[in-house]
Design a protein around this ligand. Sequence first.
Ligand code: S3P
Length: 448
Amino acid sequence: MTVLVSRFTESFGGAVRAPGDKSISHRALILAALAVGRSTVTGLLESDDVRATAAALRALGAEIARGGDGAWTVDGVGVGGLAEPETVLDLGNSGTSARLLLGAIASHRMTCFMTGDPSLRARPMGRVTAPLRQMGAEFVARAGGLLPLAVTGPEEALPIEYVLPVASAQVKSAVLLAGLNAPGRTRVVEPRPSRDHTELMLRHFGVAVEIEERGASGRAVAVEGYPEIAARSVRVPGDISSAAFPGVAALLVPGARVALPGVGLNPTRAGLLDCLAEMGARVDIGNRRSDAGEPVGDLVFHGAEPGALAGIEVPADRAPRMIDEYPILAMAAAAARGTTRMHGLAELRVKESDRLAALASGLASAGVAAGIEGDTLIVAGRAGPVPGGARIDCRRDHRIAMAFLVLGLAARAPIAVTGAETVATSFPGFAETMTRLGARIAETAEDG
Ligand code: S3P
């Protein structure tokens, strides 16, 4: 087990490239695997989660290789061409891999077994198996719809119209991917827009996607079955969800300046930037452009004086646009002046860990008053450095680990994070990157 300790840091700055976007990396591999011919992917996130998707797609018949120049090639099998894997697909810690691949697999006439690590085995899969059942797939799962499970696809899948009960890009994507191998039109209606990387990537691969804004009743996304998907090249932008950690770290160190070029700025992902602006943080955005249909820009985060950031109210309807950023926002809130209330966070309970509980208890152990009321997280800011002196079990949750390591940079006594090896699921080399910028983060030798 890796234990990382982070300590008060007075000098922090430089330029770093954020790792490739995790969501886009999974989708690039999956769509390339469903295309005909050889696709090339550059900037792919080379993390445990994305490797899990690549390994599963290989087991399903695609050929995937990394070239010496860091570009990945994928020889696809074409829509409907996935083959029954000989053994169990193990998706490790990755909910996105499990849910998106269940969709892609469920409309194929074959049986497939799937499992994951203890964190993934505790996460709800019923949200994807419910619509996929309507499309004709059969599932055998553990009580509560948990992994491990087995899926058997029908002879021919049924296209459906499905109204999402929760705003979830993973569920939307699973249904759309299943719909690629079904006759006719498959439509998903989402109550609030969730990240639209699947839609953008489908279009990039030449698939017609119909998007209809339905005002108060949400947004409908439809695909027509059996498209011919042509191989493409994809350049994956930097992940705003990863850039957020060195970025917010910079805000917590007076005088810091951290540049993060080439970060994805898709509006369905950029809610954190709205919050930071409301708190009074200075984040410059320059050189806006587009890659594979995704908006991209260069970010520069500037350190604030102690207590300069203000606590804010974060409305519930912002949650889908920044669902993975609450751990790091809670750390900014801990060092801000005044109270921050983050509303509408029920989904945080079913992430890699119960993030609501992990944040509230972790902050309390670091001397920050934090509480949960319903699905609202409340953090009483310390208007400067926090007491610290905590030991946080990150519960196999990469973002909980990284968030508390960032808080340690603005803590009077060190913050230790146990189980920190899990950061490799999304941000390989996180500690090294942060150390290069000046962060006092180090590994301690401990048994177990
Ligand atoms: C993701 C969607 C989100 C997010 C996850 C990645 C995706 O999950 O939390 O890290 O790539 O589609 P939900 O769909 O469960 O909200």
